[in-house]
Design a protein. Structure first.
Length: 692
């Protein structure tokens, strides 16, 4: 007799603005099909190529299904199975001993392997807070942009995605939505069919840029200068909404002086584009009320990333584009959701909180942190690291340093994972975690304005356990008695949102579980009458909060650390800028081990301009070596005019063990941090390239 077919609702957990609703077909306890939910307004029944194969990932033959302990050297990836009790006992013994004398010698490492609020950082954060462990500054992806928005708008908020379809001009700035924001691209295509003009601003002619009316290929890291050059034209040609500026902004006089120091000729020289391009762009933008900007995080992964986001975020307040629901800017909508972070993470569990908190380690500098011997400034040497929802040996910058840190035999390493990743190879204990189809979670989105619930569609595969249950087990075996460590997933999810917030009027946890999602109550044009979340309630061109920190209160252009302007001697040795945006079939390092997706990517490639290739005697298809003082990697050259002269592009991020030379793009990236937010500077990187 055939097993009955069942259907379940789920939410895509991955680090993508779309946060799609999914329908899961289950037969005999196995997920056999995952599709987009046609009833969910942002998803409209469509999933990306990656997530449409999610069932293949859940039931992958290499899925981790039992706890394991290391039997070989660090990095060899040799393990033997053990029971959960043995795993917890081994972990508890080592962690308890360290915590008894130096709790800050323990550090977590996690990011957005799941965007779920329950399986992300609820029980896990409570556990580390209770121990008094070092805290992790989770800034690897979006912190510079988030800071730029915070100091300009007050939070990570912007226009609503559904109204891009009505826009008349759309600037797609530092974004490749065909690969990383599919449902926004659907709206942009709607606008295009209605006659809107689409302009891509990106150093690389991506799949998206190829389908826009215009591509402005500026130098990487110069987006702030372009925005200031546009401001100059808007001001000098009076393409301004003076009434909006007077009523809803702060610091226009100061911003005007700053913008006047960036005439189009100067901005063009910095950006490496024609002066007339900037003038025409500003005139088009300033003369179109339904003008929308879709930023993404690529533009802020350089030294001046936070300032660049601030500068771009000022533009719609200058022209009054916020008056229209199809005007404004969107980088993140995540700040609209009334998440109760305190209830989820319980920082009050830290010993001595709030007067005293544990030290903070920036995740982008994890390589240096793991190799630090410890002193009175740094604090105790790191002796234990627990990795979950991330793969730092592949994704963290300056990878040689990261791998060297994880290779320390005296570092006790626990990894919670679905697969034996590059990082898992260095684990002392490797613990199998559930995937999204096997546990409860609740989600906000940074690309639309719905909150969503994920219910388990199948039982855990093998002996896999949810992150929450694994941290409860660690706490129990360590004898920790704090009740907050043992709350159920359902109770945690119920506490995730401030249900009395006006954006959730009429919604509660029980109703959300029944409906699957709820749209936040927001006006169509959220800033038509001001109402920003800054201290002044206005769009703050001039930020008093930045001034109080001794930082520039106005947006400005900061040259990349690694550039002719920022480091001419380094640029003489390593004359090519390198960026490593996501490959279409990967999502950070997720999905790289799915053979059907990896085979589509083929192998690591490096796109190089014909002029730069000719200078180095490189032909299309040659194996090349990309290198700088930090490290080297190899890739197959693609000689193409998709990249501008002086720029090479390596679509990423490959697992090292699945790359032909055992390396990836982060061999050459740096641990340097952005101007605001302490974020990573992945795209602020100089290299040289030679035939391998």
């Amino acid at each position: 007799m055939n097993a009955p077919t069942e259907f379940a609702r789920a939410v895509c957990p991955h680090d993508c603005p779309d946060t799609c609703a999914m329908r899961v077909t289950v037969e005999g306890g196995r997920a056999i099909k995952v599709v987009g939910d046609p009833d969910h307004p942002p998803t409209q029944g469509a999933l990306c190529t990656k997530v449409s194969r999610y069932a293949e990932r859940v039931h992958h033959p290499h899925r981790l299904t039992t706890p394991m302990k290391r039997v070989g050297r660090k990095g060899e990836g040799r393990f033997e199975p053990i029971s959960w009790d043995e795993a917890f006992e081994l972990a508890a013994a080592r962690l308890s001993e360290i915590a008894s004398r130096a709790p800050e010698a323990i550090v977590p490492y996690s990011y957005a392997g799941t965007m779920g609020l329950v399986q992300g950082d609820s029980i896990a954060q409570r556990f580390f807070h209770k121990l008094g462990a070092s805290q992790l500054d989770r800034t690897i992806c979006a912190a510079a942009g988030a800071a730029g928005l915070k100091y300009t708008y007050g939070a990570g908020i912007g226009m609503l995605t559904e109204f891009f379809g009505e826009s008349e001009v759309i600037l797609i700035w530092g974004s490749n939505p065909i690969a990383s924001n599919l449902h926004f691209w659907t709206r942009a295509q709607e606008a295009k069919r209605r006659g809107a003009r689409l302009i891509a601003i990106d150093p690389y002619r991506s799949l998206t840029a190829e389908k826009c009316h215009q591509h402005i290929a500026l130098k990487p890291g110069t987006d702030g200068a372009l925005a200031l050059g546009m401001m100059n034209v808007l001001i000098t040609e009076n393409l301004l909404d003076h009434a909006y500026i007077a009523a809803h902004t702060l610091g226009f006089a100061e911003l005007k002086d700053r913008a006047l120091s960036y005439p189009p000729a100067r901005a063009a020289q910095i950006c490496g584009v024609d002066e007339q391009v900037i003038v025409d762009l500003a005139r088009l933008y300033g003369s179109t009320k339904k003008a929308a900007i879709r930023m993404n995080y690529g533009l802020q992964r350089v030294r001046g990333g936070g300032n660049a986001v601030r500068a771009i975020a000022c533009l719609p307040s200058l022209t009054g584009a916020w008056r229209e629901r199809a005007g404004g800017v969107l980088l993140s909508s995540g700040g609209w959701a009334p998440v109760d972070s305190h209830a989820l993470q319980r920082p009050d569990l830290m010993p001595g909180w709030p007067a005293k908190t544990s030290r903070v380690i920036n995740m982008n500098a994890i390589g240096d942190a793991l190799l630090h011997p410890g002193d009175t400034t740094f604090g105790p040497k790191l002796e234990a690291i627990i990795v979950y929802n991330s793969n730092p040996v592949a994704v963290a910058p300056d990878s040689e340093r990261v791998a060297a840190g994880f290779a320390r035999e005296d570092l006790f390493t626990i990894v919670l994972e679905h697969f034996q990743t590059d990082t898992a190879d260095y684990a002392d204990l490797l613990l199998p975690a559930t995937t999204q189809l096997e546990h409860l979670d609740v989600h906000k989105s940074y690309g639309h304005t719905h909150v969503m619930v994920n219910l388990p569609a199948i039982a855990p595969v093998g002996e896999a356990r949810p992150n929450t249950e694994i941290f409860r087990g660690l706490a129990r075996h360590m004898g920790l008695e704090e009740p907050a460590l043992y709350e159920s997933d359902d109770a945690i999810a119920q506490s995730a949102f401030r249900w009395n917030d006006k954006t959730l009027e009429g919604v509660n946890w029980d109703s959300l579980k029944k409906t699957g999602w709820a749209a936040l109550n927001l006006p169509d044009a959220p800033f038509a009458e001001g109402g920003f979340r800054t201290p002044s309630g206005k769009c703050e061109f001039f930020s008093e909060r930045l001034a109080q920190q001794g930082l520039d209160p106005l947006p400005d252009y900061l040259p990349p650390y690694e550039s002719e302007d920022g480091a001419p001697e380094l640029a003489a040795r390593y004359p090519l800028a390198m960026i490593s945006p996501p490959a279409r079939n990967f999502l950070n390092s997720t999905f790289v081990n799915i053979e059907s997706l990896r085979s589509t990517e083929g192998e690591p490639h490096l796109d190089i301009h014909p002029f730069d290739a000719q200078q180095r005697n490189i032909a299309d298809g040659d194996q090349v070596r990309i290198f700088n003082d930090r490290g080297a990697m190899q890739a197959r050259a693609r000689v193409t005019e998709k990249t501008r002269k002086g720029l090479v592009v390596g679509l990423s991020i490959w697992w090292k063990k699945l790359a032909p030379d055992g390396r990836n793009a982060n061999q050459v990236t740096s641990q340097a941090l952005t101007d605001l937010g302490g974020s990573a500077t992945f795209y602020d990187c100089l290299v040289e390239v030679e035939r391998a």
